[in-house]
Ligand binder design. Structure first.
Ligand code: FAD
Length: 400
C-alpha cells in the first residue's frame, strides 16, 4: 500500500496512526517526532505532574508494545526540516530524506514567548512539553511566590498547583476577567471569584512592563513579587513546514483544512492544534486546542485516507482542573444570553443563541448537569430560559 508519514509524534499524530490501523489502512506508517519521548498526552503536564503525582509514562498514548503490534514505525528525536510537496519528500534536520505517498501534519503548537525587558535570561518559565514540565516541577517545589502572566487555563492550572503546594500565587491578566478566549463574562467572573477564594492575587486589566529581578513590574508601577515567573499567554501553531511548502494557512496562522482534515494538497492532511478548520459554507475558520479535538481530527483524517464515511460531529468538550474542582465546557460559547442555574454548590452556565437554543454549557463540578447540557445542545431545540434557570425544572424533560 501507499507509504504514509505523520510529522509530529504528539497526541494527534499518535492517534492518527492508531485510527489508520483501526480503519484498516495496510500501508507502512511512520510517525516522526522531534521529542525524545514516545507520544504522550499533555493535560497531566499542568496537573498531576506539577504536583509530583503520576509519571509521564502514565500519559503515554500507546500502551506498551502497541505501536509495534500495529506496525507503526516510530522515529523519535527526529525533526523534519523541510517539506517538498511536489516531490513528496521530507528533509530531516539531521540529514537524509524520507519519501511519502500520503502525509499528515501533526506538529501542534508552541508556547507564545513574551517579549519584555529582562525576560531573556531563562527567567520566565513556559509550559508546553515534557521538558518544560521537568524544569518547572522542581522550580515550583522550591519557590515561595509564583507569578503567572496570563489568565488562560494553563496559567490558572499552574496558579492552582502553586496554591495546592502552599505557595503564594498571583495571576496577571490584561483583560478584566479570566479565560476570555473560552468563557463568556458570567462564568469568567465566577472563576475569578473562585481564584480569589483560593487566595490567588488577581491583577486584572493589568499590563506587564518588565521582568524585574524580584518579580514582575506592572505598567502602573506595581511590583508583583515572585521567585518563579511563568508566562501562559497562548500558543502559536507550528505551521512553518506548511508555510514554506506553500500550503494555504489560516488568517491567524495554522494549516487550513476541510471537514475531512485534508489540506489544499490532496496528499496532505493536518490534525490537532496546528489545523484550522475552514467552514466551506460560511468561510469561518476555527482552530481548537483540546484533547478532544486531537482525537476527533485524527479519526476524521484516518477515515478520509481510507475512504470511509465520517461520523456525525460531536459536541465540543473541554475541561480544566482548577482549585480542587473541574471546569467543563461543552459546545461553543458565543455572545448572547447566559442563563445561570444553581442546583448544588457550584453554578452551571448555559449560553443561549438568538433562538434560545443552548449553544454551550459551562459547569464547575456537576457532571450530571453537564451531561444534560450536552443533550440540550445536541437537541437543537429552543428552551425557556426561566425554566432552564429553575432548579425545580427537571432538565431531562425540558424539551417537552
Ligand atoms: P502536540 O501534543 O503539541 O504534539 C505535536 C508534536 O509535534 C510535538 O511533540 C512536537 O515536538 C512535534 N513536532 C513539531 N514540529 C515538528 C517537526 N518539524 N518535526 C518533528 N516533530 C515535530 N486540552 C484539554 O482538552 N484539556 C486539558 O486539560 C488540557 N491541558 C493541557 C495542558 C498543557 C500543559 C498543554 C500544553 C495542553 C493542554 N491541553 C488540554 C491541550 C492538548 O494537550 C492539545 O490540544 C493536544 O496536545 C494537541 O495535540 P497535537 O498532537 O496537535 O500537538
Amino acid at each position: 500500500g501507499p507509504r504514509l508519514v505523520i510529522i509530529g509524534a504528539g497526541q494527534a499524530g499518535a492517534e492518527t496512526a492508531r485510527a489508520l490501523r483501526a480503519e484498516g489502512f495496510a500501508g507502512p506508517v511512520t510517525l516522526i517526532g522531534e521529542e525524545a519521548h514516545p507520544p504522550y498526552e499533555r493535560p497531566p503536564l499542568s496537573k498531576d505532574l506539577l504536583l509530583g503525582r503520576g509519571r509521564l509514562e502514565d500519559a503515554h498514548v500507546f500502551e506498551p508494545g502497541e505501536a509495534e503490534r500495529l506496525g507503526i514505525e516510530m522515529r523519535l528525536d527526529t525533526r523534519v526540516a523541510a517539506l517538498d510537496p511536489a516531490a513528496r519528500r521530507l528533509d530531516l534536520a539531521q540529514g537524509g530524506v524520507l519519501d511519502y505517498d500520503l502525509l499528515v501534519l501533526a506538529t501542534g503548537a508552541a508556547a507564545r514567548r513574551i517579549a519584555l525587558p529582562g525576560a531573556a535570561a531563562g527567567q520566565v518559565h513556559y509550559l508546553r512539553d515534557a521538558a518544560d514540565a521537568a524544569r518547572l516541577a522542581p522550580a515550583l517545589a522550591a519557590a515561595s511566590r509564583v507569578a503567572v502572566i496570563g489568565g488562560g487555563f494553563i496559567g490558572l492550572e499552574i496558579a492552582s498547583a502553586a496554591r495546592a503546594l502552599g505557595k503564594a500565587a498571583a495571576v496577571i491578566e490584561a483583560q478584566d476577567r479570566l479565560l476570555t478566549r473560552l468563557l463568556p463574562q458570567e462564568p469568567g467572573t465566577f472563576l475569578a471569584w473562585v481564584a480569589q477564594q483560593n487566595d490567588v492575587a488577581l491583577h486584572l486589566g493589568a499590563g506587564v512592563a518588565a521582568i524585574a529581578p524580584d518579580g514582575v513590574r506592572l505598567s502602573d508601577g506595581t511590583l508583583v513579587e515572585a521567585d518563579l515567573i511563568l508566562a501562559g499567554i497562548g500558543a502559536v501553531p507550528n505551521d512553518a513546514l506548511a508555510r514554506q511548502a506553500g500550503l494555504p494557512l489560516g488568517t491567524a496562522g495554522g494549516i487550513l483544512v476541510n471537514a475531512q482534515n485534508r489540506t489544499a494538497d490532496p496528499a496532505i492532511y493536518a490534525v490537532g492544534d496546528v489545523a484550522v478548520q475552514l467552514d466551506e459554507v460560511t468561510g469561518a475558520q476555527a482552530r481548537s486546542e483540546s484533547w478532544q479535538n486531537a482525537r476527533l481530527s485524527a479519526a476524521r483524517a484516518a477515515r478520509a485516507v481510507t475512504g470511509h464515511a465520517q461520523e456525525a460531529p460531536e459536541t465540543l468538550w473541554f475541561w480544566s482542573d482548577l482549585f480542587g474542582g473541574t471546569l467543563q465546557i461543552a459546545g461553543t460559547p458565543a455572545p448572547g444570553q447566559v442563563t445561570i442555574r444553581r442546583d448544588g454548590a457550584a453554578p452551571a452556565f448555559f449560553c443561549l443563541d438568538a433562538q434560545d437554543r443552548v449553544a454551550a454549557c459551562i459547569d464547575f463540578g456537576d457532571p450530571e448537569l453537564l451531561r444534560l447540557g450536552r443533550r440540550l445542545i445536541a437537541s437543537g431545540q429552543p428552551v425557556d430560559p426561566a425554566r432552564l434557570a429553575d432548579p425545580e425544572t427537571d432538565l431531562s424533560l425540558i424539551e417537552d
